[in-house]
Design a protein around this ligand. Structure first.
Ligand code: PLP
Length: 409
């Protein structure tokens, strides 16, 4: 396949929001781990759907409904093909949070019972902690937490020792940390887990913009991600699930569209994916997400990784000499997420200073309170890069942070 040339000016012109100002200065958007900006083709796909094809799906026999239905099916086909799953294995949800809740609530009780254990890692986002706490509490299972080492990597010795415990039935783990940027060895973890009969749930929210993911190859039981972090719209996400698991799982929610037959005596359910998609779906969201996937697929992922790594390097190198500076997460090959603290400078003050310069970064616990505790901080500042960020922006960020330190400390 012929890839599109990685030309930063052309890429930036695909993203109209990058032309706006932030506090009167040109916007430098470095909060991509929270959400990414949308290319014109995604915006047009959504607007085009509402302008020409809007109708509810699965219900009408008229041409407009047929058009809408076809577009929705085509979106599922594009997305399943991208991740090497079948259409029946591809469920639309609102995002990774809903995906993880669906998996925990519907699949959790099938594998976790009284006295069983499951593994999470210390670096998980709350979305991959709280749903499991809720289900473990309900069924009487216990959560074991894999520690993070000082460089931000997983304690693999702990992990592989504990995967062998007889009582461990499931592991739910992020592919990429939203705070440390750490890229976890997912294929190795899944294959070790499989050997021990442990089921695997992968939180792919942060990996999809930076890595290729092949559902069949990785061979996990579940994978989930949000559309809005991969240049697609908010309010749409995906769960990929193994067929045998989806067949056994009860529905997550009840309502229209997920049934086979309903009577007051009882209801039978449609097969997956419909079984898990009660109610009117986010058709425009699915169409927008498919367009985002196609947009990203124009590029060689290696070009994106190389570009984003350079931005990380500029940031890391440019700030490392500051007295009291600490980068949290320094594993080699990490994703383009740059979390740091600077002694004597509160991250909130820093972010406020940068905001006034047009630079948008994130501060806080990044929905990782347990990780913050283990890092011994209450918050970090986080700059996260995307394919449209430039080296000039990374340098501008460095200059602005240095200036902030001079003024604030
Ligand atoms: N998992 C990870 C690693 C994340 O970074 C996030 C969001 O930041 C989520 C899950 C939850 O994603 P969403 O809020 O889109 O459902």
């Amino acid at each position: 396949m012929e890839y599109r040339e990685f030309h930063i000016d052309n890429i930036r012109s695909d993203f109209p929001v990058l032309n706006r100002k932030n506090r009167g200065k040109p916007l430098v958007f470095l909060d991509n781990a929270a959400t990414s900006q949308k290319p014109t083709c995604v915006i047009d796909a959504i607007s085009g759907y509402y302008s020409t094809s809007n109708s509810n799906v699965h219900r009408g026999i008229y041409e407009l409904a047929e058009d809408s239905e076809n577009l929705y099916h085509e979106a599922r086909r594009v997305i399943s093909e991208k991740f090497n799953a079948t259409e029946k294995q591809t469920l639309f949800v609102r995002g990774a949070t809903e995906g993880l809740n669906l998996i925990a609530q519907s699949y959790g009780p099938l594998v976790l019972g009284q006295g069983d254990e499951m593994i999470l890692s210390e670096m998980e986002h709350h979305a991959n902690i709280v749903p499991w706490q809720m289900i473990c509490h309900r069924v009487g299972a216990r959560i074991l937490v894999c520690p993070t080492l000082s460089d931000g990597s997983l304690d693999q010795k702990w992990l592989f020792d504990n995967l062998n415990r007889k009582s461990v039935k499931l592991i739910a783990i992020t592919a990429v940390s939203n705070t440390l940027g750490t890229v976890n060895p997912i294929e190795k973890i899944v294959s070790e887990a499989r050997r021990s009969g442990v089921k695997t749930v992968i939180d792919g929210a942060q990996c999809v913009p930076h890595q290729k993911f092949d559902f069949q190859k990785v061979d996990c039981d579940f994978f989930t991600f949000s559309g809005h972090k991969i240049y697609g719209p908010m309010g749409i996400g995906v769960v990929l699930g193994k067929t045998e698991a989806l067949e056994k799982m009860p529905p997550y929610q009840g309502g229209g569209d997920m049934i086979d037959e309903v009577s007051f005596e009882g209801t039978t359910y449609a097969p997956a994916p419909q079984k898990f998609e009660a109610g009117t779906p986010n058709v425009a969201g699915a169409i927008g997400l498919a367009k985002a996937v196609e947009y990203l697929d124009q590029f060689d992922i290696q070009d994106i990784v190389k570009h984003e790594s350079k931005l990380l390097e500029i940031a890391s190198h440019g700030l490392s000499e500051i007295d009291g500076f600490k980068e949290h997460g320094i594993t080699t090959g990490k994703a383009a997420v740059f979390s740091f603290t600077i002694d004597g400078v509160h991250s909130l003050d820093l972010a406020t200073f940068l905001d006034a310069q047009g630079i948008a970064i994130r501060t806080g616990h990044h929905c990782c309170q347990p990780l913050m505790k283990s890092l011994g901080v209450s918050a970090t500042a986080r700059a996260s890069f995307a394919l449209y960020n430039t080296q000039e922006e990374a340098s501008q960020f460095v200059v602005a942070v240095r200036k902030a330190v001079d003024i604030l400390r």
